[in-house]
Design a protein around this ligand. Structure first.
Ligand SMILES: [Fe+2]
Ligand SMILES: [Fe+2]
Length: 262
């Protein structure tokens, strides 16, 4: 069989270098991964995403009529489930060795793991649209994991986990591209652009939701700390001007009547 990306090429992972936003955000990633508690919790979160991806790929293998793709999807699914296992084990080992303390902010939107097929409904896709989406997703994951491998120099055990997983991600990235070219020789470029637009749309929605959350908290904070004190001051001022004595007041001076309550 010629090179249609059906065999892993471990050396490819060694050459994956972070690019674009991932390279620019390297100092941020370094900060995110610096805290051991956050690191452990992030690994456990990554384990969930990888396991989800594995389940989606098993479904994709059930749905495809292409025997080669079925074989590759099943292999891919078992890789993702193995990654889930590796992240879970490493996360639990780290948590067990750390003192009990809150995880703090995981910053998942800054340093996400492999998103897999979380943006896609496998049942509604064809082989080519699914492969295009998978290729971009695996490529993004490989770039991100390459950054994590670089910023985790101080934690060789976790770094080794990313190093091993990165080899599989390089294979996933490669085979999805080659298979897309095989099943859609004329339209693979268009499929990739459509998948890119889909991802940009999803990215915008994610950003908009996060932005709305931050703005909502900011506006509520401003109302509470800046606007409300003015109302409190105005109420005090009005109270002082009305000169209404506070608390219980004597009624001895009032005229007494059996006809009225007061
Ligand atoms: Fe993975
Ligand atoms: Fe993957």
């Amino acid at each position: 069989m010629g090179d249609i990306g059906t065999q892993p090429t471990p050396e490819r992972a060694l050459h994956i270098r972070p690019a674009g936003m991932d390279a620019l955000l390297k100092p941020v990633h370094r900060w995110v991964w610096a805290d051991a508690h956050r690191r452990a919790h992030k690994l456990l979160r990554f384990a969930e995403t990888e396991a989800d991806g594995g389940r989606d790929l098993t479904r994709a293998a059930e749905l495809t009529r292409d025997a080669l793709l079925r074989r590759l999807y099943l292999r891919h699914a078992s890789d993702e489930l193995r990654h889930a296992d590796m992240f879970r084990k490493r996360g639990r080992t780290m948590l067990a060795s750390l003192s009990r303390r809150g995880a703090g902010v995981e910053a998942n939107w800054l340093a996400p793991g492999e998103r897999g097929l979380d943006d896609l409904n496998v049942d509604h896709e064809n082989d080519d649209t699914l492969l295009a989406f998978l290729h971009l997703s695996e490529r993004a994951a490989a770039m991100r994991f390459a950054v994590y491998r670089e910023v985790l120099a101080g934690d060789p055990d976790t770094r080794a986990v990313f190093e091993t997983i990165l080899r599989d991600e390089a294979f996933h990235m490669n085979y999805t591209r080659k298979q897309l070219e095989r099943v859609s020789p004329r339209k693979h470029g268009v499929r990739l652009w459509m998948a890119r637009l889909h991802r940009v749309g999803k990215l915008y929605l994610r950003f908009a939701a996060a932005f709305a959350g931050v703005m909502g908290a900011l506006i509520l904070g401003l109302q509470y700390f800046v606007v409300l004190p003015f109302f409190a001051l105005a109420a005090k001022h009005a109270e002082r001007r009305a000169r209404v004595p506070s608390g219980w007041t004597s009624v001895a001076s009032r005229s007494f009547s059996f006809r009225s309550q007061y």
